[in-house]
Design a binder for this molecule. Structure first.
Ligand code: ADP
Length: 452
């Protein structure tokens, strides 16, 4: 096992990794930008090193400085967290070539699963359900038109190298498809330096269902069941829960097992998430694989009792997974609300500034993963998420009731946050009944009740 690791990230995920490292008896080193010089999480680290100015391009994305910091501090491994360099195969390779273990998959496995076309092809071999569409990147537009006709419109044109919703076009007829292929190609080439696009069936109404998986370097791979992330706004997740409510057990088991088979086939070591859309009839279609720890990993931890981040560190050090599939079961229900410093009444405008009031909730089954405290000044440079409120209960109704209490207790000021919005959503009947699809929050936000 490592004795010291470097954390190439900030905020709540840096703190989460510090905590996992401490629990394993490992020291942690944080790198930070000048904007984060007073970041409360740095006090929990054993060492902290400034690597540059506030813009991420001058600090958290500077591979050369992160590697230097790891050398200076005699760190043995580097944890990228999520965002920033977490899905950058080049960074994973540089870490390895510089003699540091990368706490994540090999650059090869990351590239294989990170490319949506190669990932989809591998998924077909392991019985992981995928959308009908073109098998490979489109070379001939006429062939794509034929495929679209055979699967039926609407279809979606997507970039093989896509991310962050870029390079996607919905096409409802042949004219839109021809235009969509061209414009998606151009956008993907400009954004990712890779203009390959493919098409798949477009689902108008769906739920977001994803599977937490984790593999080691000894050929083992397990799934930690699923999460439902249907409560979104503009493709940004707001609320995540585990397990997914109302899903047929047999269908669920097939999908979660196929997700584990996929990463086993890719010789994948580390944590990953296989994302799916689920239609009305509970048919599943893989969207993509995220080759890192996700923001919403705590709901999985609450229902399985497994520390996903500690497991990541363990497997990166060469140890086998500490759990077998037969040891893993679902206990109760967990819900996470992302607490963002945003003003929902003003178009979710990000709120920077001083936190003067911070009274976190407590009680049975309540967990708060946050780096914020009274006196913390939120810098304007990064993501607006200042914490995650997670509750666990024996069933979904109890978890919702606990979340209502926790949100009522949670007081933050004077900056505005998404806490009141979450509180109102907890009383919204479609959420309570889990009768929802990925656009229901957006529709609800148009209603007067959402603004109350
Ligand atoms: P990115 O990597 O850019 O985030 P994803 O493949 O994860 O791209 O898709 C982003 C979002 O686009 C999904 O969460 C979903 O809302 C929508 N989407 C993507 N593919 C489809 C599809 N075939 N049908 C319906 N919606 C889709």
């Amino acid at each position: 096992m490592f004795s010291r690791i470097l954390i190439a990230n900030r905020g709540e995920i840096a703190l989460r990794i510090i905590r996992a490292a401490k629990s394993l008896g490992i020291e942690s080193v944080c790198v930070y930008s000048t904007a984060d010089a007073h970041g409360p999480w740095l006090q929990q680290a054993d060492q902290a090193i400034c690597i540059g100015d506030a813009p991420s391009a001058d600090s958290y994305l500077r591979i050369d400085r992160i590697i230097s910091a790891a050398e200076i501090t005699n760190s043995e491994a580097i944890h990228p967290g999520y965002g920033f360099l977490a899905e950058n195969a080049h960074f994973a390779e540089v870490c390895k070539d510089s003699g540091f273990a990368f706490i994540g998959p090999s650059s090869e496995a990351m590239a294989l699963l990170g490319d949506k076309v190669s990932c989809k092809n591998l998924a077909r071999k392991t019985g992981t359900p995928v959308f009908p569409g073109t098998d490979d990147a489109i070379e001939d537009t006429e062939e794509a038109v034929e495929v679209a006709q055979s699967i039926g419109y609407p279809v979606i044109v997507k970039a093989a190298a896509g991310g962050g919703g870029r390079g996607m076009r919905i096409a409802r007829d042949e004219t839109q498809l021809r235009e969509g292929i061209e414009s998606a190609r151009q956008e993907a080439a400009a954004a990712f330096g890779d203009g390959r696009v493919y098409i798949e069936k477009f689902l108008e109404q769906a739920r977001h269902f994803e599977v937490q998986v984790i593999g080691d370097s000894h050929g083992n791979a397990v799934h930690l069941f699923e999460r439902d992330c249907t409560s979104q706004r503009r493709h940004q997740k707001l609320i995540e829960e585990a397990p997914a409510p109302g899903v047929d057990r047999k269908k669920r088991d097939q999908v979660v097992e196929s997700a584990a088979a996929l990463i086993r086939r890719a010789n994948y070591s580390g944590a990953a998430t296989v994302e799916f859309l689920m239609d009305h009839d509970q048919n599943f279609f893989m969207l993509e694989v995220n080759t890192r720890v996700q923001v919403e990993h705590p709901v999985t931890e609450m229902i399985t009792g497994i520390d996903v981040v500690a497991e990541q560190i363990r497997v990166a050090s060469g140890e086998p997974l500490s759990v077998k599939q037969s040891d893993i079961s679902v206990n109760g229900h967990a819900i996470e609300c992302r607490i963002n410093a945003e003003d929902p009444d003003r178009g979710f405008m990000p709120q920077a500034g001083l936190i003067e009031d911070w009274r976190p909730p407590g009680g049975p089954g309540v967990r708060l993963d946050s780096h914020a405290t009274v006196g913390y000044r939120i810098p304007p440079n990064y993501d607006s998420m200042i914490g995650k409120l997670i509750v666990h209960g024996p069933d979904r109704a109890t978890a919702i009731a606990r979340m209502r209490c926790a949100l009522d207790e949670f007081t933050v000021g004077p900056i505005r946050t998404t806490i009141p919005l979450h509180r109102r959503l907890m009383d919204y009947q479609p959420f309570i009944d889990a009768r929802f699809d990925i656009h229901y929050v957006e529709r609800w936000l148009e209603e007067p009740a959402a603004q109350a």
